[in-house]
Design a protein around this ligand. Structure first.
Ligand SMILES: Nc1ncnc2c1ncn2[C@@H]1O[C@H](COP(=O)(O)OP(=O)(O)OP(=O)(O)O)[C@@H](O)[C@H]1O
Ligand SMILES: [Mg+2]
Length: 265
């Protein structure tokens, strides 16, 4: 469903502040595949997501979604195909609107459900049915303002809202990094529920190597703009964080030096 061919991204090309952020990325993702993405600060993870979402036209290479070349499509045209959730829980929901209003807006944005504005009884039931599986009790709080929710609850809602436009692909950029560890685990569990229920293909960036190995069915590692590891479910099975660090050293002939990656739990 996603195909990336020889993707290069150079920012500020030819200038003194030039950054070669992506150096020949090749990647194919199947429908409903859940892939975790790790890598040091500045490895190019967010740049890869931005390229897929269409924030810029890459310096070189192609991006295909469902066999359609979208490399030259503007961001808004890809928005219905690509859902995104970022690190900041304040990004993505309107604090002064209720849960029901936020979700109704997300539904309306897509127009695919053929719903009119206004939260009627049928709609309320629909919203409750969507919220219930994520297991945070939000279905009972439809009329609460989003400002009252915790960061974790907001992230779960943002994810659900992003999925309401029936995207093909969900991009999660460290969406649990700002949460305390217990909440992060809960949100990761509800992430799994949402992407399974909505049958999404997903790329999830995390700085936590254990999380990267625990969730999903495949793990990618980016390093200095290159894809240095691409581990299938079989290759990940039984792999420890140390095993992952060793694999990196094997392919790169250097030690992985990144405190944030190595020390995160
Ligand atoms: N719009 C931009 N203009 C110039 N340089 C950029 C831009 N976006 C990213 N970069 C640079 O590209 C490199 C890769 O950045 P990117 O944000 O993709 O890293 P990352 O892997 O997401 O890191 P982190 O783990 O810190 O989020 C960095 O050197 C960054 O400064
Ligand atoms: Mg990033």
């Amino acid at each position: 469903m996603l195909q990336i061919d020889n993707l290069h991204q150079i920012f500020n090309e030819g200038e003194i502040n030039q950054v070669y952020a992506l150096r020949g990325i090749n990647l194919r993702l199947q429908n409903e595949e859940f892939v975790t993405v790790i890598g040091s600060n500045g490895a190019g993870k967010s740049t890869l997501f931005n390229a897929i979402a269409g924030e810029f036209k890459p310096s070189h290479g192609r991006i295909l979604l469902d066999d359609i070349d979208v490399t030259n499509w503007p961001e808004y045209k890809r928005a219905s195909l690509v859902g995104r959730v970022f690190q900041n829980p304040f990004h993505g929901t309107a604090a002064n609107m209720t849960i029901a209003e936020n979700m109704s807006l997300a539904m309306l944005r897509t127009q695919k459900l053929g719903l009119r504005l206004g939260v009627n009884r049928v709609r309320r039931q629909k919203l409750a049915d969507l919220l219930e599986p994520i297991g945070l009790g939000l279905e009972k709080r439809l009329d609460d303002k989003v400002a009252l929710l915790s960061g974790g609850q907001r992230q779960a809602m943002t994810l659900l809202m992003a999925s309401l436009s029936f995207p093909k692909l969900m991009l999660l950029d460290e969406h649990t990094a700002a949460l305390d560890p217990a909440t992060a685990v809960r949100i990761l569990e509800s992430t799994q529920t949402v992407i399974k229920e909505q049958r999404l293909a997903t790329l999830m960036i995390t700085h936590n190597m254990q999380q990267a190995l625990t969730y999903g069915t495949r793990t990618l590692m980016l390093h200095k703009g290159e894809l240095v590891l691409d581990l299938s479910q079989e290759e990940r099975l039984g792999l420890t964080v140390q095993g992952l660090v060793d694999k990196f050293s094997e392919v790169r002939h250097e030690a992985l030096m990144d405190d944030e990656l190595l020390l995160s739990e």
